[in-house]
Structures are given as structure tokens and as C-alpha cells.
Design a protein around this ligand. Sequence first.
Ligand code: SF4
Length: 345
Amino acid sequence: VESYGLPSDTCPVPTSECGACVIDALPHLGACFISSSMPCDGSVMASSYTSRRFKDLPTYHLTFPVRYEDESIMNSAVQDIKGCIKFIEEQTGAKWSWDAYFAAMKRFNKETQYELQKWEVNQTPYPQLIGPCYELFRKWNYEMDGGIDPRILKTFEKVDELMMEAYENREEPWRGKMRHRAIVWSVPAHYYANFSNWLANCWGINVLVEMESLNYTRPLETEDKEEALKDMARLYERMVMRRHTNGGYDHVLTELWRQVEIWKPDIVIMYQHVSCKNMATLNGLFEDQAREHGVRLIWIEHDLMDPRTVSRKDMRSKVNEYMRTVMREEPLDPSLVDFEDDASW
Ligand code: SF4
């Protein structure tokens, strides 16, 4: 991909997107192409790369301000959204419907309430939906749906009912394995989504929430059109990856200590994505400030989508080492400490 113009130091997310373009693995269809989010230089490159590849598809790049806390830039973000709506109307012939949008946002607001209910339960001494079970539901139901499909709400209701019943009964998500409360910080390894299941079963480390879940949760406007566009901009500015890696170190560094206060973990699983320059700049500050805050960080290197650089076994060995040497603990299940899974993907 580099010979087609991608810098050599981008992470596997933009690199694989560009690689898919080069080998023609992306479906070439549709009326137009919209890029959004762009949390880093690699993503910006990947967006321009894709639009160069699909020359016949007109492209619109949503380019929201980086310093998103500054509301004086709101007008520019709203103009960007208006431009995108106009672009879609011109390219597809479809017309924007405020009724459809507000109906979807009302559902999305309800989904957000259910999401916050999970946070509330997991912040108590009796967390219920933990690890990948919580995380995958969030990504594939809450974030991907965004209120569009009315059927999804039924799933939320069902999950909420099960969770509240288990909470009332003070049940444990992993019975007899609740030794430590943990939160995950920084970019997680996509090739090891169930790493936190291993953490719970091998060492009794229970992951209550991941950084990438802690995005925008304010209810979105469902009556006033101008305010609705502002809320949409706020949501996009704070989307996955962008919420923490843009707008200054406060959003990821100081934010960790704020979240530690709220979730009360005794361990922070600190992912170190070896190719993410956004996060790498802060490693030393995390380390120094963790000591001041009395927080235990377990640093775990990974390469996001490429287990050939850092294998799952290497990731586990960092925890094994820390738990034995620093915590002086023995595993709950010694058969899980060391096993081969390099050939699984
Ligand atoms: S993980 Fe880091 S480098 Fe990769 S796309 Fe996200 S912000 Fe960019």
C-alpha cells in the first residue's frame, strides 16, 4: 500500500482499509462515498486513498473540528453536516426527512438510557454485564443501530430485564471469580475481543467497562431542528476513537483518573497499541500519574488487527507476569495460564 502513497507508519486500521482498496476487496457500488470520524493522520490518509480509488463515486469528507469542547466552532460543524445532507440529496435523489430523523433519535435516546443503566449497575459492587458480553452488545446493537431499527429496542428491554433480575439476586457474572475490578483503557485489540473472558477465568480480573464505550451519552434533541444538527455534530465529534484521542490530553489522560473515581477498579488494563501515535505520546505521563493516583496499570502491547506482531499468548504473558510478580497471586485456573492459540483467527 505504501507504493500507492500511504505513509509507512499508519496503524492496521487505515492500512488494512487501503490494502483492501489496492487488491479490490471492497465492493464497488453505491451512488457516493462519505468518510467520517478521522481520529488521526492515518485515517485522513485512508479517506483520501479510498476516494482516489473510487474515482467515479463522488466523495464527501466530514471534517469535524478537533478541539470539540470549544462551542464557538459549532457553526462550522453544523455547516459540515448540512453540506453532507445536501450532498446525499444531490447524489441519490432522496430527501432528508425530519420526521424520520426525530423518530429514530427518540429510539436512540431510549437505547442510551438502557446503556446508562448498565453503567450504573456495573459501578456497584455487583456488576452484571461485563467483558466482551457488554462490549459486543454495545458495538453491534447500540452504536451500529443508532435508533434506526425499531426491533432493536426489544432486545434492549430483554437484556435489561435479565440484568436487573440478576442484580436483584446479587449474582456474579463469573461465579466465584470476582477477585478484581478492572477497566480497560486505550485502544483494544480487535483480534482478541474475548481477552477479558480470559482475564476473568484465569485471574479473576473482571472488566467493567472499556474506554471506547465511554462516548457521548447526552439525549439528542428531538424537536428543534437547529439544535438537533448541533447535537448530531457533538455526537460525531465524540465518536469511537475520536472522543479520547482528539481535543487535548485531558480527554484521555485526566479522563482516566475521573473514570477510576467512578468505577472504582483496583486494576487498569492499559492497552498499548504499538502503532497508534495518538496514544503513544502519553505513555510516560500515564505511568507517572498512575503512581500519584495509586492506580495499578498492567501495560499490554498489541497491534490492533495483526496478531503476527504481538500474539495473543504474548498479551496473556504480560498479565501472568504482573499477577505473579507484583500481585503475588496464583491463577484461579492454572490450565489457562499458558496455551497455544497462534493458529486461531
Ligand atoms: S488506533 Fe490510533 S492510529 Fe489507529 S486509527 Fe485509531 S487513532 Fe488512528
